[in-house]
Design a protein around this ligand. Structure first.
Ligand SMILES: *Cc1c(COP(=O)(O)O)cnc(C)c1O
Length: 385
């Protein structure tokens, strides 16, 4: 299976190349052109432990790696680094369940993917016979920075630079969107003018614009489903709705991947904080980033340009020219509107809602009082929605 740019079908890459490059040379994101080659019978993984499940799903999504190779990468990436080798427990809270993604080394859900990405990158380098050092450029609004630095520390042949928004520990003057736009601009300048040619170093990214960051996130949708089956809460085949606290649209897109790979996923509910550009988009089909940027109590979701939405637009329309046009409009006018048919497709899969900081706080209090479960601000947004 080949990956391709969301903006140009002639820009193809194997999974290893896509991981190494991070972003396609035209600024698009690497995506499969259809899900045909990644579909499989989900019942075959329901009784697996999380490591075997990861191996199976990741070698489907990243076919340059055999199951045996992937098993080793998964083992090296995860063993002993999480509180439990189950990695991501699903716990009952009232009538619903919370999938706990914070049991990794930096307590960020991004640990699940960022424990794997460095291994995938060095393995891709070996596979492609690349000797260059990999310089990772990463923008963060909150949790990605520490999880990425933890993941890449002591990984030979890699270095990492993290861009923190203003007001953080050290700062880019601007918010997360400015930082991520900066990262993307550096990528396109370097690739256009071949600035690093022959210098023994090349760039990649640890943001969810990298397919190697996204793929490991698909696994926990299966993990949660299998846990619900094992707990007797659902029968295999019953659909489960997932409510996902969303910023860059990476996590929820991984849920969509799981659905298209064959997991019985019902609605994917996109939960936003006061930066509710996605709520409006999913409800109306118009994406408009020209609005105030709020710094909220759920900073990992303080994002107005959700990069991974581009992958969804491509996968649902199959039309790179449309995606290239919409992304140009977003850069030039700060807004775009998708055709009616595409909007209907999106609405058949996703539902969206948002809540502000006051409601977030009240939700944390209510969940504690009613269920004695203490949730963080991001989970609280999802719970409220
Ligand atoms: C990163 C993050 C999010 C947002 O995830 P996206 O993949 O960017 O949509 C939500 N909650 C927490 C705790 C996070 O760290």
């Amino acid at each position: 299976m080949k990956y391709q740019s969301t903006r140009d079908k002639n820009l193809k890459a194997s999974s290893a190349q896509a991981i190494l490059n991070g972003l396609a040379p035209d600024g698009g994101l690497y995506t499969m052109s259809s899900f045909d080659e990644v579909k499989f019978d989900y019942t075959t993984v329901l009784n697996m432990d999380t490591m075997s499940m990861s191996t199976k799903i990741l070698s489907k999504l990243l076919p340059d790696f055999s199951e045996a190779e992937m098993a080793k990468l998964v083992h090296d990436g995860y063993t002993g680094r999480f509180e439990t080798d189950h990695l991501t427990p699903t716990v009952p809270v009232g009538e619903d369940f919370i999938l706990e993604l914070f049991r990794g080394p930096t307590s960020a859900f991004k640990d699940v993917a960022l424990s794997m990405l460095p291994r995938l990158m060095t393995a891709s380098k070996e596979k492609l016979g690349v000797d260059d050092e990999i310089m990772i450029l990463t923008a963060t609004s909150g949790d990605t920075g520490k999880a990425a630095m933890e993941g890449f520390c002591d990984v030979p042949g890699t270095k990492i630079i993290v861009f923190y928004p203003h007001g953080g520990v050290s700062a880019v003057r601007g918010n997360f969107d400015d930082a991520q736009t900066g990262v993307k601009k550096i990528f396109s300048a370097v690739s256009k003018d071949q600035l690093l040619e022959g210098k023994g170093v090349r760039l990649s990214s640890a943001n969810s614009i990298n397919i190697g960051r996204l793929a490991p996130q698909v696994v926990y949708y299966y993990r949660a489903y299998a846990d619900l089956v094992q707990a007797g809460r659902i029968q295999p085949g019953e659909k489960v709705d997932y409510v996902v606290p969303t910023g860059n649209f990476g996590d929820i897109l991984a849920g969509y991947f799981a659905k298209e790979m064959g997991l019985p996923v019902g609605k994917l509910v996109c939960a936003s904080n006061a930066n509710n550009v996605l709520t409006d988009f999913i409800r109306t089909g118009r994406y408009d980033k020209k609005r105030p940027f709020y710094l909220t109590s759920s900073p990992s979701m303080d994002i107005l340009v959700s990069s991974n939405l581009e992958r969804l637009l491509f996968l649902l329309s199959g039309d790179e020219q449309l995606v290239a046009k919409l992304m140009r409009q977003l850069t030039e006018d700060g807004a775009y509107e998708v055709p009616e048919e595409l909007k209907e497709k999106i609405q058949s899969l996703f539902w969206a809602g948002c809540c502000g900081d006051d409601e977030t706080k009240q939700t944390i209090g209510r969940v504690w009082q009613e269920h004695h479960y203490l949730c963080d601000t991001h989970t609280a947004v999802a719970w409220n929605v």
